[in-house]
Ligand binder design. Structure first.
Ligand code: UGA
Length: 458
């Protein structure tokens, strides 16, 4: 099928490259000429595992190309994805001006009956506004525009895998025509009929569940899913605080809780809090959406508040261990908002770096991918070429992002360079016993030492 993708950020690039990989003919369009120039030369403006190869392969095969010309992108397209960004306004509400302008331009330049699909995360009722905008600005008489909501559930760092092997597909439609187009588009993915670039020998043992709903419900599924995951993490963080005070171990507690099939173990990892371009923004937007319907979503407001407090708690832990923070050197391992990405948007590591700098500490950090973006975001932070340099002369090292390579570090070497061997494992990713045996003072999150049982009085 001929597909246009408007917006070549994370969502647009992954959508375009994956749809091209399963056989469609895709044109990616973006207003940013610098981005299109990079893509045209075979580069990627972001780091995402497998994506560079996928873009290169599909471009070579003639199934993926890029343009800044919206008319060229939408010409003859049977499906047009809107993947533009929806940044938060100061009050938390999503700013939909790019969605509106993309819709207007589709209305003006479409040359055939087409399906416009919202892929960006948008508030409920956006589909309704898109439909109205199309009707208002359509240039050619007689064209039929359908609208659908098809939220994406891909995680950064796993986006290609998540797109090609989704847990489910949600198709929010207002007309069976739109459902038929989307089912045809996704058939290779639903039936596992494509060469998997992530696991070349992978077998798909069941068809992907497809949920067809009305447009408003599909829009709400996205916000509700992200909010629930953020809530789940925050719950684990709260239990971790109780564990720490009570002398229990959060790792054991979430193991026991997560074995309940109704709960599951995923997204119960306590730590420095969640970040990224999705959870914090989507939570605030969902609170606003609810507010418009007259519902005060105090539960989600509290999640946002508790999450922002995670880094304050880490600063307090360091203060308790080091007494005075001013003038002390602190090393940060991992600066991206999570492993396998170079994205530092709302990264807990950078929020922590800013707080420590405000305290007058000297902060030095290392990240395998996010160094350049971190340097730009926090100018006072010293970026180091490797983890050992980030620990050099430090009074404490904080593991902020659990990149797998940190687990295998030469900790004796790391310790040798430090002024004081204090390690705060902000993601509970390291081996507490091994580090303690090496002579580190180890602090985790919610990993209380068992409180000694008081001797029984005879
Ligand atoms: C999230 C959702 O997981 C995707 O399903 C969704 O499609 C995406 O947002 C989106 O809306 O586009 P993403 O933001 O890429 O994906 O990252 P996650 O893997 O969900 O992690 C988010 C944050 O939560 C990270 O900072 C991570 O460190 C933190 N986290 C995650 C925890 O602190 N504990 C956990 O147990 C899991």
């Amino acid at each position: 099928m001929r597909v246009a993708v408007i917006g070549t950020g994370y969502v647009g690039l992954v959508t375009g490259a994956c749809l091209a990989a399963v056989g469609h003919e895709v044109v990616g369009m973006d207003d940013n000429p610098a981005k299109i120039a990079v893509l045209g030369q075979g580069g990627l403006p972001i780091y995402e595992p497998h994506l560079a190869d996928l873009v290169a392969q599909t471009a070579r095969a003639g199934r993926l190309r890029f343009t800044t010309d919206v008319a060229e992108a939408v010409r003859d397209a049977a499906v047009i994805f809107i993947c533009v960004n929806t940044p938060p306004r100061p009050d938390g509400e999503a700013d939909l001006r790019f969605v509106e302008s993309a819709t207007r331009r589709v209305a003006e330049h479409a040359t055939r009956d087409t399906l416009l699909v919202e892929k960006s995360t948008v508030p409920v009722q956006t589909g309704h506004w898109i439909q109205k905008t199309l009707a208002l600005y359509a240039r050619r008489p007689g064209l039929t525009f359908d609208v659908a909501s098809n939220p994406e559930f891909t995680r950064e760092g796993m986006a290609v895998e998540d797109f090609l092997h989704p847990d489910r597909l949600v198709l929010g439609v207002a007309h069976p025509r739109a459902e038929a187009v989307l089912r045809a588009l996704y058939a290779p993915i639903v039936e596992g009929r494509f060469a998997c670039p992530v696991h070349p020998d992978c077998r798909v043992d069941r068809a992907v569940p497809v949920l067809v709903t009305d447009i408003a419900s599909a829009e709400l599924i996205k916000h509700a899913a992200n909010s629930f995951l953020a809530l789940k993490i925050t719950f684990a963080n709260a239990v971790a605080d109780v564990c720490e005070a009570a002398g229990a171990d959060i790792l054991e507690v979430v193991k026991g809780v997560g074995l309940d099939k109704r709960i599951g173990r995923a997204f119960l990892n306590a730590g420095l809090g969640f970040g990224g371009s999705c959870f914090p923004k989507d939570l605030r937007a969902f609170v606003k959406i609810a507010e418009r319907t007259g519902y005060d979503f105090t539960l989600l407001k509290e999640v946002t508040r508790l999450n922002a407090h995670r880094q304050v708690q880490v600063v307090e832990k360091l203060r308790q261990a080091l007494w005075i923070l001013q003038g002390k050197r602190i090393g940060l391992l991992g600066l991206a908002f999570k492993p396998h990405t170079d994205d530092v948007r709302e990264a807990p590591a950078l929020a922590l770096a800013r707080r420590l700098l405000d305290e007058g500490a000297a902060v030095q950090g290392y990240d395998p991918q996010a160094a350049a973006k971190a340097r730009e975001a926090v100018p006072g932070l010293t970026i180091c070429p490797d983890p050992y340099a980030a620990a050099a002369q430090a009074e404490a090292v904080v593991l902020c992002t659990e990149w797998p390579e940190f687990v295998g570090l030469d900790f004796a070497r790391l310790k040798a360079g430090m002024v004081r061997p204090l390690i705060l494992d902000g993601r509970n990713a390291l081996d507490r016993e091994a580090l303690t045996a090496l002579g580190f003072e180890y602090l985790g999150i919610g990993r209380g030492r068992p409180v000694p049982t008081p001797p029984r009085t005879p």
